[in-house]
Design a protein around this ligand. Structure first.
Ligand code: DGY
Length: 329
């Protein structure tokens, strides 16, 4: 029997062709979780490949044949890991291929907020540049400042490299475990979260959304930062208490924020964040370049093909599910 695959995010033609050559493929362009055609396709699928749709228990309960979910993302907060393990459903993701691009996005936010790039470009566009600028338009330096990285994994290290090697920044980090190799490479120094928040000029979040990181940065943490602090989040919105962030920006508790991610995405139209002058808000573009999205699609398609062919896919989120399945054979 040919296996059924549901593709729920657009794939490059060559990746789609590779899937069609092996499987019976249904393609749905950017569906929502409640769409009837999406639900119907999930119900008969052996494999799912896509991103940005929360796949909850109630939905996956309707899919008895499901063997693998291949997420076209590095983050896996849209999936219920204990449930997938109990069902023996493999989950794969796309690490590595997006590290440098996502670090570029975080660094773009660092530069844009510190040098007020968006605010001042809009000011020029709106015809205000009629005489030379004065101190009211000055920004703050990035080079040789203190960069605080919260979450020192692949992307956090790539942001730190840009700061240290490109801008002569001093790197502080906070991470569950020490990273001696990065301390040696970048002169990075480990701090507790509270110490880092107090000392860093730029606080840059690079954490996955997990039960233990949800709401990690709230009113208490913003109160520890200094009025000069610039806050950057290109990881996941729900790591931050957004109401506390808005309050910190409005009251001058921190200088500015560069944000690629939000509690709710797309950002609700009534959110004050994009209208605050000291905020640069982006529509979750972390990995969104032509090259990187193509690489992610290729990686995800390979993961799916390997899993549905009975081979160990290279990027398992929880390898124990694969081991359980092998033991049960
Ligand atoms: C990821 O891969 O998790 C990024 O946030 C892009 O969606």
């Amino acid at each position: 029997m040919t296996k059924h695959v549901l593709v729920y995010r657009p794939l490059p033609a060559d990746q789609l062709a590779a899937l069609r050559a092996r499987f019976d493929v249904t393609v749905l362009e950017r569906p929502q979780a409640h769409d009837p055609d999406f639900r119907a396709a999930v119900a008969t699928a052996h494999g799912l490949i896509g991103a940005s749709v929360k796949l909850d228990r109630a939905l996956l309960d309707t899919a008895p044949a499901l063997e693998v979910i291949s997420s076209i993302s590095v983050g896996y907060d849209n999936y219920d890991l204990p449930y997938l393990k109990a069902r023996g459903i493999l989950l794969t993701n796309t690490p590595d291929v997006l590290t440098e691009t996502t670090a570029d996005t975080a660094f773009a936010l660092i530069l844009a907020t510190a040098r007020r790039v968006v605010e001042l470009a809009n000011w020029v566009r709106d015809g205000h540049w009629t005489r030379n600028i004065g101190a009211a338009h000055y920004g703050t330096d990035v080079h040789h400042k203190r960069l605080g990285i919260v979450g020192f994994g692949r992307i956090g290290a790539a942001v730190a490299r840009r700061g240290r090697l490109g801008f002569g920044m001093e790197v502080l980090y906070c991470n569950d475990s020490a990273r001696p190799e990065l301390e040696a490479e970048l002169g990075a120094r480990r701090r507790t979260l509270d110490e880092l928040l107090q000392e860093a000029d730029f606080v840059c979040l690079n954490l996955p959304l997990l039960p233990q990181t949800e709401g990690l940065i709230g009113a208490r943490e913003f109160a520890l930062m200094r009025p000069e602090t610039i806050f950057i989040n290109a990881s996941r919105g729900r790591v931050v208490d957004e109401a506390a962030l808005i309050e910190a920006l409005r009251t001058g508790r921190i200088r500015a924020a560069g944000l690629d991610v939000f509690e709710r995405e797309p950002l609700p139209a009534d959110s004050p964040l994009p209208r605050l002058p000291n905020v640069v808000a982006l529509p979750h573009i972390g990995s969104a370049t032509h090259e990187t999205r193509a690489a992610m699609a290729r990686c995800a398609a390979e993961n799916l093909i390997e899993a549905l062919s009975g081979r160990r896919p290279p990027n398992l989120v929880d390898a124990s599910v694969w081991e359980d399945r092998r033991a049960a054979r």
